[in-house]
Design a protein around this ligand. Structure first.
Ligand code: GTP
Ligand code: MG
Ligand code: ZN
Length: 298
């Protein structure tokens, strides 16, 4: 097909090798990726802007090219996002704050703004408030909401207006329920497994949905495990905004703010200016990053 007929579109969904992309006129095209892209291991992601040729009466058209990405994540696999909304439940499932920290870390490393939304505040208001307190200074503007009653959702919708925002987090935290309540949609939601009180991975694929106000929302599959990528451990502290005011004021330079003596950031933890539990998780993630960095050639 000639170049003249090529359109650009945004990938809304990808399932089993088929992609669904919306062009500027609002038409949704069913597409497959050209062999050239597959050979280059360029796998289109939801949120990608692509050059495409329409199906022209056939079963599907083709993705010719992925336009340069503004940013991207591996998990969830999305591209060109304005905000990652990390969703944690105050209870059921028990919130995994290590996973929250990993998601925030990945977002920071990818250059994507992040915010934290604590859902199911109806189940344990005290725990919800405690989680919000742990992220003071983390530049994630924690918000408490209840997707069931709608509490807090007007403020959240306003904060996300006009933006491309992806909801990410543990399975069962209530991401799909929240998107339904925010935008009057009907995405599939699931119960928790009664025995293990864990989400059942109800959402299976990332999905991008245009919403009122010119923004787009992305529902993503929850997970129960998340790895971070390989990086030099000295970079980890740069993803903890809480440390920024103390940078350069420690006795050792560079300082990891973990176990070093005369560390200004650790003093701030002792003084209650940086949350102790969030710092403990930082130290655990630092140990993990160091281990992986040492083993990187194995
Ligand atoms: N009590 C209470 N239950 C909620 C709330 N929000 C969601 N739920 C319930 O939590 C369960 C899981 O909700 P989902 O929206 O499917 O969770 P999810 O995060 O999309 O899960 P995955 O798609 O598996 O990642 C459902 O039974 C919801 O009804 C809330 O604010 N309060
Ligand atoms: Mg879901
Ligand atoms: Zn230090």
């Amino acid at each position: 097909m000639s170049e003249a007929t090529a359109l650009t579109g945004t990938i809304l969904q990808g399932i089993g090798g088929f992609y669904y992309a919306r062009d500027d006129a609002g038409t949704v095209h069913t597409l497959r990726a050209q062999g050239k892209l597959r050979r280059e291991r360029m796998k289109p992601k939801v949120g990608d802007v692509v050059e495409l040729t329409p199906s022209d009466g056939e079963e599907h058209g083709w993705i010719l090219r992925i336009l340069p990405r503004r940013n991207e994540l591996t998990r969830p696999p999305v591209a060109n996002i304005d905000v990652i909304v990390v969703v944690a439940a105050a209870a059921t499932p028990d919130p995994d704050l290590m996973m929250v920290d990993r998601l925030l870390l990945n977002a920071r490393r990818a250059g994507i703004a992040a915010r934290l939304v604590i859902n199911k505040s109806d189940l344990d208001a005290a725990r919800a408030a405690d989680i919000a307190k742990q992220y003071r200074g983390a530049e994630v503007e924690p918000m408490l909401v209840c997707a069931d009653t709608g509490e807090g959702l007007d403020a959240l919708r306003e904060a996300l207006r006009g933006k491309v925002h992806a909801l990410a987090g543990q399975s069962g935290a209530g991401k799909s329920t929240m998107i339904n309540a925010l935008y009057g949609l009907d995405l599939e939601t699931g119960d928790l497994s009664r025995k293990i009180e864990r989400g059942k991975n109800t959402t299976r694929h990332c999905q991008l949905i245009p919403v009122e106000g010119g923004g787009m929302v992305l529902d993503t599959p929850g997970f129960s495990l998340l790895e971070t990528e390989l990086f030099d451990p000295v970079e980890l502290k740069d993803s903890w905004p809480e440390f920024a005011p103390y940078e350069g004021r420690c006795y050792f330079q560079p300082c990891y703010h973990a176990t070093e003596p005369r560390c200004a950031a650790r003093d701030a933890v002792a003084a209650g200016e940086i949350d102790g539990e969030r710092h403990e998780r930082y130290v655990a993630l630092l140990d993990e990053a160091r281990q992986r960095w040492r083993d990187r050639y194995d």
